[in-house]
Design a protein around this ligand. Sequence first.
Ligand code: GDP
Ligand code: IMO
Ligand code: MG
Length: 423
Amino acid sequence: MKIDLILGLQWGDEGKGKIVDVLTSNYDIIARFQGGPNAGHTLEFDGIKHVLHTIPSGIFHDKKLNIIGNGVVIDPIIFKNEIEKLKELNVDLKEKLIISRKAHLILPTHRLIDQASELSKGKKKIGSTLKGIGPTYMDKTGRNGLRVGDLEMDGWNEKFENLISKHLNLINNFNVEIDFDIEELKKEFLSSIDYMNELKFIDSENYFHNSIEKGRKILAEGAQGSLLDIDFGTYPYVTSSNTTSAGACTGLGVPPNKIGDVFGIFKAYTTRVGSGPFPTELFDEIGQRMAKIGNEFGATTGRPRRCGWLDLVSLKHSINVNGVTELIMMKGDVLSGIGKIKICTGYKYQGSVVNHLPFSLSDSSLEPVYEELDGWNKDICKITDYDSLPLNFKNYINYLEEKLKLKIKIISVGPDRKQTIFR
Ligand code: GDP
Ligand code: IMO
Ligand code: MG
C-alpha cells in the first residue's frame, strides 16, 4: 500500500479542502503534513460552509482518522477555536483526530515576531498571514522550538518561559512599535494548551509505517501551493515550509518509495494573496470579474486575492517538482461567459522566450506570452457529467491536457461537494 498526496500547484487556495473532503470516502486516514493556521481550507456540503486551518479536511466523515503530522506547526489558541466550532456542528473529535508529538508549537511571541518582521520590511513585506509561521519554522530549524511532545515532559514551563524571553529580546531588536500585553498572551496560550491536552498525541511516523503495512489507505493533504514552497516557490515571497511532495515525506515520516498517486490541483485561472511577483496578473475588469464571481477573498485573512490568467510555465514547474500523476481542475465555472480565454505558454525574458521559471519572476523584462481559446457562455455549475459540458469548455480541458501531458481526472464546477465531475 502507498500513500496518495493532494497538493496545490499555484499560490494556494486552489480548492484543496473541497477535494480532500470529496475524496475522503476512498481513504481510512487523512493527514496534514506541513504549514499551519496560515492555511484556510473551505468545505461546503448540506448547506454548511466551513473553513479549516489546522485540522485535516477529512474531519466531517465518520470512521475516518485525521492526523496532524510532525511537519505542521500548531497554534493552540487557533486550534482551540477550530475545535469549538466543530463541536458546535456536533463533530466528535476525540476518536477522529490525533496529533504528532513532533509537531511544533506556535507561541504568541512567534506571531509578534512575524508582525515586527513585516513592519520592519515596509514596502518589501511578504504579505504574511501574521500567524507566526516563519518564526516558528525558524525556531524549528534553529533547534530552539517547542513541540507537542514537550507538553508531556518535565520542565515544560521553564522551556516555555526561556523561549518567550528570547523572543522578547528579538522583538526589541526590530525597533518597531507593536502593542501587546505579554502576561495576557501567556495566559490565553496556557489555557488553550489545557484544551489540547485532551487529545491523543502519538509518534505518528510509527503510526504511518504500521498503517501502510496493514494496508490502510492514507491521503496526505498539502497546505499552501507549490509556488509558495520555501525552496521552489517565488522566494522570498513564499511560506516557510516545503509545500511540495518531498514535504509529505519529511512532514509525515513516510519514505519516497511509499508515495503513490500525486494529485495536483489547480484553478482554471490563477490567484495570489499577499505580495510577490505574478506575471499573468490582471488589473482590468476581467481580473475584477474573476475576483467577484470566484469570490476571491482569503479564507484566513479575508484579504482580496489578486487574479489573473492560467500560467502554464509555472504549472509545468509545479508538476515537475511534485511528480504529479493526475490533475484536478477547479473553478472552471468562474470563467463561464468571460469571452476569450488567455493561457500563458511562455515568458519573454531578457530578449528571448523561455518555458521554465527563471531564478526571479520579479525581473522587469519578464512578460507573459499568451495563446487564446474561445470561451463558453453556458452556466456549468449544475452539470454533473463530462459529456454535458459545453464544447469550448472541453476544448479548454483537451488543450491543457495536451500542453501539460497529464489527464485532468476531476473537474470542479462549484464550491459544493456535489459540484464535482469525475472522468
Ligand atoms: P484551499 O486553501 O486550497 O482549500 O482553497 P480555499 O478554501 O482557500 O479557496 C477555494 C475557494 O473556492 C473556497 O471558497 C471554495 O469554497 C471555493 N471553491 C472550490 N471549488 C470551487 C469551484 O469549482 N467553483 C467555485 N466557484 N468555487 C469553488
Ligand atoms: P492555503 O492552504 C494562499 C501566503 C501569504 C503570504 C505568504 C507567506 O489556504 O492554500 P505566511 O503566513 O506563511 O508567512 O505567508 O504565503 N499564504 C497563503 N496564500 N493560501 C494559503 O494557504 C497561504 N498560506 C500562506 O498570503 O503571501
Ligand atoms: Mg485557502
